[in-house]
Ligand binder design. Structure first.
Ligand code: PAF
Length: 272
């Protein structure tokens, strides 16, 4: 595996590759979820690039960019073991310059995850567009767990005619159903047990829907019943265009949930 730090070197290496390239963008602190994206990319491409870049532009002022976990050595080992071909780890100064052209994300960026973090998705799209330009991958891999991010990236790719196919990968789960996330490591033992109720509530919703109950309020109440002792920030039902809905549309609905623990905010969703 070759580690690349400079954008010039990356571009020169990329020009020399004519076979199928897959790309997995990350902010590091890699876990099984990322490894599953890399495995998928390895299966479907000849050469795999992974980027590790903690993007300052996607953190709001009240979020602590400086305390985001950095696990450089462990991440390099994980990528090498997963047989990544190129690991791109740029400095902030090689990605951003003064007075840049900015991406402005669409309306769907200011609800749900974007509601209290209005610049978050602008920052995500800005960096992902740059990475797409640098790596020019045939296939780019994103997790369904960050459903709103996935939707916006798919929209950007369509709107800007970017020549990469977005591959949406299933959320990886622990045996108890908890979606794998770097944030899980911050949970206290009791919180870990409680957190498994999040996926249980989503599975319950899916069972209710399979019995032809499509009323969002009724389904939401059943979910809230399972989560009654937890601090639910939101449960929302959206269609695949990220518009809020009141009736479930089969094969066109995502149920999104965020639960807050003392220090951690856990996201999950299910596509029905
Ligand atoms: O999902 C992430 O890890 C980040 O938002 C991404 C896509 C790597 C952009 O910084």
């Amino acid at each position: 595996m070759k580690i690349i730090k400079s954008t010039k070197e990356l571009q020169s290496i990329r020009r020399s590759i004519s076979t199928k390239v897959g790309f997995v963008p990350t902010m590091g602190a890699l876990h099984e979820g990322h490894i599953s994206l890399i495995k998928e990319a390895k299966k479907q491409n000849d050469i795999v690039f992974v980027s590790i870049f903690i993007n300052p532009k996607q953190f709001s002022i009240n979020e602590d960019f400086s305390s985001y976990p950095i696990k450089k050595e462990a991440d390099i080992k994980i990528c090498a073991l997963a047989k990544v071909d190129y690991l791109f780890m740029p400095e902030i100064s090689s990605i951003y310059s003064q007075n840049e052209v900015l991406i402005k994300s669409p309306n769907q960026s200011y609800i749900l995850e974007g509601f209290s973090r209005p610049d978050h998705f602008n920052g995500v799209l800005q960096v992902v567009l740059k990475l797409f330009g640098l790596i020019q991958a045939r296939n780019s891999y994103f997790g369904k767990k960050d459903a709103q991010q996935l939707f916006l990236i798919q929209k950007m790719v369509k709107n800007f005619f970017i020549n990469t196919q977005i591959i949406a990968c299933e959320t990886l789960r622990q045996n108890d159903g908890l979606a794998i996330s770097s944030r899980n490591t911050y949970l206290l033992p009791q919180e870990k047990k409680e957190a498994s109720l999040i996926s249980k509530s989503l599975y319950c919703a899916s069972r209710i829907i399979s019995k032809n109950e499509f009323d969002v309020n009724i389904i939401k109440n059943e979910m809230l019943n399972i989560l009654k002792n937890l601090n639910v920030e939101y449960i929302e039902f959206v269609n695949k265009n990220f518009q809020k809905i009141t009736k479930v549309e089969l094969k066109n609905t995502i149920i999104l949930i965020v639960v807050k623990f003392k220090t951690v905010r856990l996201l999950d969703n299910i596509w029905v």
